[in-house]
Design a protein around this ligand. Structure first.
Ligand SMILES: [Zn+2]
Length: 310
């Protein structure tokens, strides 16, 4: 029975660093070692890995034989296939990658990766942005600058973000292009190859990764149509899922939900933290984002106690 005792949990990862040390101090990048530990922790906490389709079926039937867990990877980083792929294959786990179609097609990076890269690469020891002074003397300073600038930019229209990243790069005296292999998004042919291994299936994650609540209705429709068409072609199947860019409460609207329903999407995923107990939030399924310092073992072994008060 799907219940507080036996929920469906969906975890959201982004990219991976290949070395043991988290070389990119950003929430979106975890090491291979940590991911492997997380997989072991999920299994030892009694959760069974299922793909998204099975998770939805269990919610629809209201039954399961124990707590379920699905893995998702947002944004299409090539490291998901290189680092996570072999670990998933070894354990016969199927996972879903949510891809921003236009960025992959054009070989571009999401804007937040451009911010991280510029702050990491700059040789300056301080800079000013948005009227605020930032220090770059230590790794911690750089991490703080990266986080704060990302949180400012999240509030803006994508065109404004694009222009401001030009300003940021000139302020930091770095070029906008970056060749770090850890920040690279996969190509279409790499996605096709990954699909053939049966480890990965794909969902749409908008075209340009613009936060939908910052867009006009026409812009939202374009983001959804373009990415659904691209993903359907890649996936060659109809069980299409969608993940909202950024995905927090307030990042998508009821117009987004009705647009996805009208286009036959099975379900949509948010990054609103929580477990899934019914189809009530089918177009805003709850997910827990995992960063380098998220203790998955503690998190999963503690969930029964934390919900005792419900
Ligand atoms: Zn994303």
């Amino acid at each position: 029975m799907i219940s507080f005792r036996d929920p469906w949990v969906i975890l959201c990862y982004h990219g991976f660093t290949s070395s043991q040390r988290e070389t990119l101090d950003d929430f979106c990048f975890v090491s291979r070692e940590k991911f492997e530990r997380d997989l072991d922790d999920v299994a030892s906490a009694g959760f069974r890995f299922v793909d998204l389709k099975s998770g939805i079926q269990n919610l629809a039937l209201g039954c399961s034989t124990g707590p379920l867990l699905s893995l998702t990877f947002d944004d299409g980083f090539a490291s998901v296939f290189d680092v996570a792929g072999p670990l998933l294959q070894k354990r016969s786990i199927r996972a879903t990658c949510f891809l921003p179609s236009q960025l992959l097609e054009q070989g571009r990076k999401p804007w937040f990766v451009e911010v991280l890269s510029a702050v990491k690469r700059s040789a300056k020891s301080e800079f000013t942005f948005f009227g605020r002074e930032f220090s770059l003397q230590s790794d911690t300073d750089r991490s703080v600058a990266n986080r704060m600038i990302q949180s400012y930019l999240k509030l803006l229209h994508p065109l404004a973000i694009h222009l401001l990243i030009d300003d940021l790069c000139s302020e930091l005296a770095v070029s906008r292009s970056c060749n770090s292999p850890e920040l690279r998004l996969a190509s279409r042919s790499e996605c096709e190859l990954a699909a053939s291994t049966k480890v990965f299936e794909f969902g749409a994650h908008s075209a340009s990764h613009a936060i939908h609540s910052q867009l006009s209705m026409a812009e939202v429709s374009k983001e959804i149509d373009e990415s659904l068409a691209w993903t359907k072609e890649l996936q060659r199947g109809e069980n299409l899922f969608y993940a909202y860019p950024n995905g927090r409460s307030g990042d998508f609207t009821s117009f987004c939900i009705s647009s996805l329903k009208n286009r036959g999407v099975v379900a949509a995923l948010s990054t609103i933290p929580g477990w899934n107990l019914s189809l009530r939030h089918r177009f805003a399924l709850r997910r827990f984002c995992v960063g380098p310092r998220t203790d998955v073992r503690k998190f999963l072994s503690g969930w029964r106690w934390r919900i005792k008060g419900f």
